[in-house]
Design a protein around this ligand. Structure first.
Ligand code: SAH
Length: 456
């Protein structure tokens, strides 16, 4: 180890900053959070520093006596020879010294910080590759919820009470593991501290509840794993079992916790692996076994996802659950094919329609779908594409209205087929697009030519 990590309590401690420019400002802004007494010495000092309540500023040249009675010196000038001189003087007095951007002159360095006070994570590359440390930090920032610190506060508040109620260390461990990862934690992340406390106490005082699992109904987006939400990813990584179907891409399944059990209940057309009622019951049964169940669905669970039905039975059985929205196919496919769904000049509204026509019959409210100022998005419409095009024209939409059919949107196999209501049925017969496909109808489709960016 080139550096030994310690956390330094700096409140009210004298810290000297030499330099008054932008870099000094950055360090001062960071140091302020510790409550240190900061003195700034420099020949010129930015007004932003001078205006700070927490700093005493002395606009003059540095003198050796400035090092007297100081615990930490931060040197932030661009004069290398001068910086070196201060560093030597400070080290001679056994002071902690940091010279910005010169690791060789430092005996302490500023780490990258993930701040979830009281939980703090400091990362360093020992001054060798700061960009790498920042990359690690970005990764942690994205997986640790912003309000993680509140969770730590909650745990500390109830620590004693839990100890008294659960005398066995094993029981406490299990209790905390569940509380800090489950419903209680989610209340905290959502800023509902009162609800979090109630849920913690309910679990603590009801042994039955402590053994009950929970269900996460999570939208996995249209395919590209980068389109997952932070919350989806977090829950994917803490589930004991994942119940998934055909629309969830392999790239996304890769991100599920490795040792989670996987249950495929996939629905491909006319090949229903499990009827919906059995899926609903399966979720209940797994949760009753104490499992954290991830019900992973393509797109958004509440848009043509039957998510409502699945949580209905959970609610009846008093099983805790939460729902995480995902990017629905319409948003994903529209963005990745350069087709804005609304546009000031072309479409003032957008309508999501199921194209799954029962027995191929035309049972949609076609009359409502012919306004030119409205973009239509058909989900599950591939098989009924000719009926859709015919009926729209029959009810008054112009046969020349542009239409796009997007195959496997947002994935490397995305393909966009463009035509009109008149030509699209033949294009589909000829090109044989592969499911899943999404259909967008309306003038906005004409923007694809100019705005397409994903397929090159
Ligand atoms: N809940 C999902 C939709 C489920 S219905 C969501 O919000 O996206 C299934 C239909 O979604 C498919 O028939 C297809 O029309 C559409 N779909 C889902 N993913 C898609 C993708 N990557 N590309 C194109 N269409 C997709």
């Amino acid at each position: 180890m080139d550096y030994f990590p310690l956390f330094h309590q700096l409140a009210q401690q004298p810290v000297l900053v030499i330099g008054g420019g932008k870099i000094a400002l950055r360090k001062i802004t960071l140091l302020e959070k510790s409550g240190a007494s900061i003195r700034v010495v420099a020949k010129s000092i930015l007004p932003e520093i001078r205006n700070k309540q927490s700093c005493v500023c002395e606009q003059r040249a540095f003198a050796e006596s400035d090092l007297h009675d100081v615990v930490l010196v931060v040197v932030a000038t661009d004069d290398r020879a001068f910086n070196e001189q201060v560093s030597v003087l400070a080290k001679k007095q056994r002071l902690l010294v940091n010279v910005v951007d010169s690791p060789d002159l430092c005996n302490v360095i500023f780490p990258s910080i993930v701040d979830r006070n009281p939980l703090l994570i400091a990362i360093t590359s020992s001054g060798r590759a700061p960009v790498l440390a920042r990359t690690v930090r970005a990764k942690l920032e994205s997986t640790i919820p912003a309000s993680f610190g509140h969770l730590a506060q909650l745990a500390s508040k109830f620590r004693e009470q839990v100890k008294q109620t659960l005398s066995q260390a094993d029981d406490r461990l299990r209790f905390w593991e569940k509380t800090l990862n489950g419903v209680t934690a989610e209340h905290v992340y959502a800023g509902r501290m009162d609800a979090a406390e109630t849920s913690l106490l309910t679990a603590l005082n009801n042994p039955d509840l402590r053994t009950l699992g929970e269900v996460y109904l999570v939208g996995a987006g249209p395919g590209d794993p980068d389109l997952l939400t932070f919350k989806a990813l977090r829950l994917m990584q803490q589930a004991d079992v994942v119940v998934h179907d055909a629309l969830v891409s392999d790239a996304i399944m890769e991100l599920v916790r490795r040792d989670a059990d996987r249950i495929y209940v996939g629905k491909r057309r006319s090949n229903h692996a499990l009827p919906q009622e059995q899926i609903n019951q399966l979720l209940v049964d797994l949760a009753k076994q104490g499992k954290r169940v991830l019900r992973l669905k393509g797109g958004d669970p509440f848009i043509f996802g039957r998510g409502g039905e699945e949580i209905d039975l959970l609610a009846e059985n008093a099983i805790p659950f939460q729902v995480v929205p995902g990017i629905t196919a319409a948003s994903g496919c529209a963005s990745y094919s350069g087709i804005p769904l609304t546009h000031r000049d072309y479409a003032q509204s957008v309508r999501f329609v199921t194209g799954h026509l029962k027995d191929g019959s035309a049972n949609l409210p076609w009359q409502d779908l012919v306004s030119t100022a409205q973009t239509l998005v058909f989900y599950m419409g591939l098989n009924g594409i000719s009926t859709i095009c015919e009926q729209l024209v029959a009810h008054g939409r112009d046969a020349q209205t542009p239409i796009a059919l997007i195959q496997k949107g947002t994935t490397p196999e995305q393909k966009v087929f463009i035509g009109t209501l008149e030509t699209m049925p033949d294009i589909v017969l000829r090109e044989k697009p592969q499911a899943p496909t999404l259909t967008i109808v309306g003038e906005v489709v004409s923007l694809h030519e100019k705005l397409n960016w994903f397929n090159g």
